[in-house]
Design a protein around this ligand. Structure first.
Ligand code: MG
Length: 388
């Protein structure tokens, strides 16, 4: 029986994880759950899964839940609650599925507890990739990707040697605006941007898919996860989202991992690796899919892709600034304060104005985290003031 702590249990990845736990009740025991403020759903999850402890980040909501579930489980609160529940260590696997930079600090706590991390929070690697990879080695923690593209590459690399990799090919659906031209993007609405053609996900990542910043962040995530130069990481548009990503080897052979798009598969694999469990809820019928198509991404229309490669080249805290600016910009777009096309503009602005700490100027290892947190804070402060 594997004990699982789910950070972000009321979000899309969290709900899929709990569905898996429901399907394998003799294999997985949920010991902890967390939510920012959705206490009505969290209360239902407590009734069903009987965790030892939960966290509600919003302190008022935490107090409210505490009176409702008194005696059933411990209720912690705030960001310190997230750190405490990961530090308690009474779990085997952390499903790290918080949204954005908030996932970094608790994920580090789990690494220090030497746990398996099923990583859905790509921002952890985007903002502090080198430190995270270093800490995983130092503490002997296992990092298994949940992001479908990275899970596909991870699975394709089993039994292969790193030096035989020619390139990684990340597939991208292209999002809802794949067939709109650049000028049409000026006028797209929030509702249009939230209509992803293939994946049902949370709002933040759905907007990231529409700008293709999601793929940009995934390029950076792959860079750290697989330790390859950025020139060996390519993006191809594949609107059907059946091939989740591919690896090309030096002999020209290519391995791909495929299935109908359903996050339960990469989550399940991250929980069971190196085993595979008998699971029949996701079916892939090639006769019905009919065709798989591919084409090159339009870097002029989706400038966020270019920015991601550039951030890798800059190194240091550049990816952290990129990520923080993106989080602020997406929030502003979702609250109607800026237009869709202003998202990349805000990010460019932050990358130009916020001081980027170069890798050579950063203290090695965990000590470098201070500058990561500082860059994140300064970027948010700058864009929030400027575009309030
Ligand atoms: Mg993905």
């Amino acid at each position: 029986m594997k004990k699982i702590l789910v950070l972000g249990s009321t979000g899309s990845i969290g709900l899929n994880t709990l569905e898996i736990a429901r399907s394998f009740q003799n294999k997985f025991k949920i010991v902890g759950l967390t939510s920012n403020n959705n206490i009505s759903l969290l209360e239902k999850q407590i009734e069903e899964f009987h965790p030892e402890a939960v966290v509600v980040v919003n302190k008022e909501k935490a107090a409210e839940l505490k009176t409702k579930v008194a005696g059933k489980c411990a209720v912690l609160s705030g960001e310190e609650g997230l750190l405490e529940i990961t530090r308690r260590g009474n779990y085997d696997i952390l499903v790290s599925a918080l949204v954005g930079f908030a996932g970094l600090a608790p994920t580090i706590e789990a690494i220090k507890q030497k746990k398996r991390i099923a990583l859905a929070n790509k921002e952890t690697l985007v903002t502090a990739g080198e430190i995270i990879i270093g800490l995983c080695k130092e503490y002997g923690a296992e990092l298994i990707p949940v992001d479908s593209e990275h899970s596909a590459i991870f699975q394709s690399l089993i039994g292969e040697k790193k030096e035989t990799i020619n390139k990684l090919i990340l597939t991208a659906s292209g999002g809802p605006f794949l067939n709109k031209d650049k000028t049409e993007l000026e006028h797209v609405t929030i509702a249009e941007a939230l209509k992803h053609p293939n994946w049902k996900m949370g709002n933040k990542i759905t907007i990231d898919s529409a700008t293709m910043m999601n793929k940009g962040l995934e390029i950076i995530e792959a860079f750290w996860l697989f330790g390859l130069p950025k020139e060996k990481i390519e993006v191809v548009i594949h609107p059907q989202s059946i091939i989740h990503s591919m690896v090309e080897f030096i002999d020209g052979s290519i391995k791909a991992q495929m299935s109908s798009p359903d996050m339960k598969l990469p989550i399940l694999y991250a929980l069971t690796f190196p085993e595979r469990y008998n699971f029949s809820s996701v079916k892939t019928d090639f006769a019905r899919i009919n065709k798989l198509t591919f084409f090159e991404p339009d870097f002029d229309k989706f400038t966020c892709l270019k920015m991601a490669y550039h951030a890798i080249e800059e190194g240091g805290t550049a990816p952290c600034i990129l990520n923080a600016a993106n989080e602020v910009a997406v929030e502003k777009f979702l609250s109607g304060k800026i237009r869709f096309t202003q998202i990349p503009e805000l990010i460019t602005d932050a990358l130009e104005k916020i001081v980027c700490h170069k890798k050579a100027d950063m203290p090695a290892g965990e000590a470098g985290l201070d500058l990561i947190f500082e860059s994140d804070f300064k970027t948010r402060e700058y864009l929030t003031k400027k575009h309030s």
